[in-house]
Structure formats: C-alpha cells, structure tokens
Design a protein around this ligand. Structure first.
Ligand SMILES: [Mg+2]
Length: 355
C-alpha cells in the first residue's frame, strides 16, 4: 500500500482527566477545575478544564501559579484508576474499528483504518462514529484528525478542538502543509522554531522551498526529516503495542534541575509513569534500561544497560553516568525508557516517545 493511500485517525480526548472528573462530579462542571498536585508541595497542574484555561492555566504550570491566576480554582488530586478504566473503555471502542491501534497516552491514539470497510470505508465517518460512542458510552468528548499520515492526523485533531474533527484529504495535503506554521511540525520545539525563523522559514511552504542541504547542515538528520514533512511525507507506521520495541517517558522541568540530587529526586515519579505505560503495553519482557539527560544548553546524552527488571537503583546508576557527562551543567529534561522483547536490536537508536 502506498503512503498516500493510508487512512490514519488520531483521536485525542478533550482535557481528559478533568473531563472524567466533571463526568463523575456534576457540581464541578461549571467551575474552574484542575487536576494536579498541591501548591504547598510544589505540585504542578496535569490537566485543567476549558473554563480554567480561560485564566491562562495550562498543564505543567506550577499549582501555586495557577492559583494566583485564578484564586477560586479547584485543584483535585489525580485518580489514575478511574482514568485508566475510561481509557480501557475507549480502547474497546477503537477495537470495533481496527486492530491497528497505537496508544500515545491514556487518552490519545493513532488508528490505521486503511482498508476497513465500516462506514462505507469513510475514515471521516468512522471518526465521527468513534467520537459519538466515546460520548455516549464513556461520557466525555474527544476530538479527531483524519489524514494520510500520523504527522497530519495529529495536527488535524487539534484543529477543531474541543469536541470536533478535521480531515486533511490526500488532495489537500500540499496546501495544508504549505500554510502550517513551523512550530506545528512534528519534533519542532521552541528552540528549533526560533532557529528556523532566523533562517526566514516560518511556514511549511518556506520549509519545502528551502535547500535540503542547508536544512541538513543546520539540523542534521532532523533537517532531512523536516524537508520530507514539508512535502507531506511521513512514512511512520501505526505501531500496535504488541510490536513495540521500546517504552519511554520524559519530563521537561519548568525550572532546570541544578544538581545530581535534584535529578535523583525526580526518578521515583518518572519510574511510576514508566511503569504505568509498560503495564498498558501488556507487561512485555524487558531487555534494557535507558536514561536520557538533556542539559540546560540543550546538549543531551543517553545511557543504557541490559536488564530484565525495573529497578530504581539501576536507573539511579545510569543517571549518575549521564549526569557526569554534563560536567556539572544543570538539567532541563530527564527521560526513562526500556527496550522491549528478546530480539537483538541494540544497534538501533532508541526512539523516545513524544508526549
Ligand atoms: Mg487529550
């Protein structure tokens, strides 16, 4: 099957944790609500409802800051068990449409519905049907993007959020990508966006017209990839969990972590997130543990070690090695990952998951 013939749906629930809480607590539906940690323990906001967003509150913001912006904000602790239950219900709905499902988190997934004959084979109608069932059976809303590849499906799910969907048809890909701001491109963060703008590259059309050699000089292999994306090309497959080669989590910190002790203090939380992600992948056998450290100057390093069990101590030792490579630099991001399965694919670059 050619890449242009694929039909990919990206489904993304709206303000997921907050929506589940509002479903279960009707008295919270019309107030500013956030799910997160307590301000007095330096907690951060995980998710907030749309009313809270009107005050400028967003995920990863310190709870103390959120309360300053909106003093009447109600912050409740996350109840992961209920979110997981909702996630499983949603997953069962996906399975009625396709087996090719790649979850990105509890509330987000790619579905490859190429060749599926339901809804007269229309991916747009399938997305509508999936969203209707999520609303009726789970009691929350979801948005969807429909496109010939993962990159565009994910961008599109954000287009009519919340409770909406957007389709990028194969014949519309070129125009859609041309008008897309570079910050929307897969893998482009603030720093890369700023560097692209400094080169006079603001939209997909500029990227597509840019000299591929220049992009490679500036950004290495990622430059090549950007050039492909700008031409609407993204060959990444929707990878069902059973085929996964790795699982990872990472966190960018609002304030850089100044030393090794501060980094170590973050490990238990990251490990808890990693464990829940591995359990969602069906507890596959582990082959190696991986730690990523990104420093304040954006340089980064990865350390890995063969292991078949998840041990905090082992991650701690890898962190120590990685941290030492920074020669005392502060740390802006930490990642923990595992390689899965028994096949020997160690030479492959470890692919970190995006959040
Ligand atoms: Mg979401």
């Amino acid at each position: 099957m050619t890449a242009s013939a694929r039909k990919i749906i990206h489904v993304d629930c709206d303000a997921f944790y907050a929506s589940v809480e509002m479903r279960d607590h009707p008295e919270w539906r019309d107030i500013a609500l956030a799910i997160g940690g307590r301000p007095e323990t330096r907690g951060v906001i995980a998710t907030c409802n749309y009313l809270a967003r009107q005050y400028g509150i967003h995920s990863a913001m310190a709870s103390a800051t959120a309360l300053r912006l909106c003093p009447q904000l109600l912050i409740v602790r996350p109840d992961m068990a209920r979110y997981r239950a909702a996630s499983q219900q949603i997953h069962a709905i996906y399975q009625a449409f396709t087996e090719r499902i790649e979850p990105l988190s509890l509330d987000e997934a790619y579905l490859d519905v190429s060749g599926v004959t339901l809804c007269q084979g229309s991916a747009t109608r399938m997305a509508t049907a999936i969203r209707t069932r999520i609303r009726e059976e789970v009691g929350i809303t979801a948005s969807a993007g429909i496109a010939p590849n993962k990159f565009l499906a994910k961008v599109a799910s954000d287009w009519n959020k919340p409770d909406g969907q957007f389709v990028v048809r194969p014949q519309d890909v070129a125009a859609f990508v041309a008008a897309l701001p570079v910050a929307r491109f897969f893998g482009v963060g603030k720093v890369t966006a700023a560097r692209l703008k400094a080169l006079g590259i603001h939209h997909g059309a500029d990227l597509a017209a840019a000299d591929p050699l220049l992009l490679t000089q500036e950004f290495g292999r990622f430059g090549e990839r950007l050039h492909q994306l700008a031409h609407g090309i993204d060959k990444r497959e929707v990878e069902p969990e059973r085929d996964r080669k790795s699982v990872s989590v990472e966190e960018t910190y609002a304030r850089d972590l100044p030393d090794l002790a501060a980094c170590r203090a973050e490990l238990p939380e990251l490990l808890a997130q990693l464990k829940s992600r591995i359990s969602r992948a069906g507890e596959p056998p582990l082959r190696a543990l991986v730690v990523k450290v990104k420093f304040a100057d954006f340089s980064q390093t990865t350390v890995e070690h063969a292991a078949s069990t998840l041990m905090l101590d082992a991650f701690g030792r890898l962190l120590e090695t990685g941290y030492a490579r920074g020669q005392g630099r502060a740390v802006r991001l930490l990642g923990l990952g595992v390689r899965l399965g028994n096949s020997d694919a160690r030479q492959l670059e470890f692919e970190w998951e995006e959040d």
